[in-house]
Ligand binder design. Structure first.
Ligand SMILES: Nc1ncnc2c1ncn2[C@@H]1O[C@H](COP(=O)(O)OP(=O)(O)OP(=O)(O)O)[C@@H](O)[C@H]1O
Ligand SMILES: [Mg+2]
Length: 310
């Protein structure tokens, strides 16, 4: 399958007069065409920065960033304008960034469609509002809609120009859990029906159980990946046993090794091994497995209590 997003050694440094913040420190990531995936990570780990780079809202400082085969580091200002209009669609946590409250759903959805005539615009807006389940509310003003309905309008808007990639930054951040579920189900339907690639940024590992792949970022770097063990269909058929959270049962965790062989070991493992801060750990190859030993005073005794990294 073709790649929709390819980042290699991506770096973003925010410079102010006094300080420099390295928000992305050589991040590697690739996303296939048609994938529905989530980026998770703590506050400040660089999730929004990554999305802003991929969405063409800001420029990377260094590295490689290809989207749909286009090299964003070589873009002119004009390329960026065209790219933001034609290739990507955005859904934000904060509705004020997506929507104009005193306009109706129909009017809002037509706003981004600057290149088509009014008849086509209205037709497409009707189709999109039907897709998100809001045909009945299409002439309501946004200010008269619930938070969940507004997020559905926001999804319709993000699709207005038939983007190849939809970027959603905490799309469920300001709605309750039930509404969040509906919004995520809708993103999944859109992904399945239209084949559009979708990247969702969230803090919440439990919300990300609806996606096929979760990539965790830590300190501006990809740290681990979780791949769905069973298909989503299998999982919803199996509702009786569907009581688990993502990250334990539904996904397998993969640690990511970058091009130079650096690996981030999950924090839980380090805690269990009693490793705090920088440490030197003994590493050995055993029957095709890499074994990392718990630090011990006596190095020979260190053979006991090793942790195995899959
Ligand atoms: N415009 C900016 N100028 C300076 N520093 C910035 C800017 N934007 C982000 N940063 C810094 O870059 C780092 C990554 O921020 P980012 O917003 O990408 O994190 P995040 O993972 O999206 O966090 P959250 O979950 O809180 O939204 C943080 O240390 C942040 O303070
Ligand atoms: Mg953010």
């Amino acid at each position: 399958m073709a790649e929709m997003v390819y980042c290699e050694n991506l770096v973003k440094i925010y410079k102010t007069r006094e300080t420099e913040v390295v928000a992305l420190q050589g991040l590697d990531l690739s996303i296939e065409q048609g994938e529905l995936m989530a980026i998770i990570g703590n506050s400040g780990s660089g999730k929004s920065t990554l999305l802003n780079m991929i969405g063409g809202l800001d420029r990377p400082s260094a590295g490689t960033l290809l989207v749909d085969g286009k090299d964003l580091l070589k873009f002119s200002e004009r390329d960026y304008v065209r790219y933001k209009r034609d290739t990507v669609g955005f859904v934000w946590q904060n509705n004020a960034r997506n929507l104009i409250p005193y306009m109706t759903a129909m009017e809002n959805v037509q706003l981004p469609m600057v290149l088509v005539n009014s008849k086509q615009r209205a037709q497409r807006a009707r189709e999109l509002l039907e897709l998100v389940g809001l045909s009945q509310r299409r002439n309501s003003r946004l200010s008269q809609m619930s938070g969940g309905e507004q997020q559905r309008v926001a999804i319709a808007i993000s699709l207005a120009n038939s983007p190849k990639l939809v970027l959603a930054d905490e799309p469920t951040g300001s709605v309750d859990t039930r509404t969040a579920d509906i919004v995520l189900d809708l993103l999944r339907d859109v992904n399945r029906q239209l084949g559009v690639t979708i990247m969702i940024v969230t803090h919440d590992l439990s919300l990300s159980r609806k996606v096929d792949r979760i990539v965790a970022i830590r300190d501006g770097r990809t740290s681990s990946e979780f791949l769905r063990k069973r298909s989503y269909i299998e999982e919803i058929r199996d509702v009786a046993t569907y009581a688990h959270e993502a990250g334990d049962d539904s996904h397998v965790e993969l640690a990511v090794v970058d091009g130079t062989g650096r690996l981030q070991i999950p924090h839980e493992y380090l805690d269990e091994m009693g490793v705090k801060g920088k440490a030197k750990l003994r590493v050995e190859m055993q029957d095709g497995k890499v074994v990392i030993y718990k630090p011990q005073d006596d190095d020979v005794e260190g053979m006991r209590g090793g942790a195995i990294v899959p």
